[in-house]
Design a binder for this molecule. Sequence first.
Ligand code: IPE
Ligand code: IPE
Ligand code: MG
Length: 228
Amino acid sequence: MQTSTLKHLAIIMDGNGRWAKERGLSRTKGHEAGAETIRGITTYCASHHNIETLTLYAFSTENWKRPKLEVEFLMKLLDRYLKSELETYIKHNIRFQAIGDISVFSKSLQKRIIDTEDITKDHKNLTQILALNYGGRAEITYAVNRLIKDGKNEISEDDISRALQTPYEDIDILIRTSGEERISNFLLWQLSYSEFYFTPTLWPDFNSKELDEILNNFKQRNRRFGGL
Ligand code: IPE
Ligand code: IPE
Ligand code: MG
């Protein structure tokens, strides 16, 4: 039987707000519960399934449209999360990296992100990439502009792949929680031959048991990449 190898898993972590609403809680409580799930899933991936990279969509270029108070809360939560996670990154030998335009974040949050990247840069078990103020179109546009600035006047697919902020393996599997079945401007370039899984589970309820089921199913899938 076919066994697909899994290097790069990406997740659109959706449904925090609905999880909170179902419980009569504020949306912020949903985001806090979602942050706990990130911790659990990340540490699980560090020691199971031989996953090399886990890319998580945490804040999109479109999420600025949300109420100011929710956006402010998410920025504070991110700072708090990275501060408390450092111990986890060290204990589980996890490298942290960010993609997206973080230059618009507060100076202290930018410092937290860059410091966490620096401290964990030699960690080898798993790379956890958080997509922060990330948009797939913005990433491609930025890459092309960079190539033009470098003096290129003819651009190949390889050039674009290398100029992206996510110059890693293409995505093997994309999971989206909460029942929505769309990409919402995530990793447009890197998803060209990914397997997709949509689960109705809201992100705070997502757990390693469901991840196992999805990944075991993935391993049986026959990925043809256009061949036979
Ligand atoms: C995902 O949960 C987290 C972010 C986009 C920051 P949502 O906040 O989108 O939750 P729903 O979709 O409203 O339930
Ligand atoms: C996608 O979720 C972005 C993140 C999970 C960070 P959204 O909840 O923002 O997506 P839409 O608006 O439902 O497409
Ligand atoms: Mg949502």
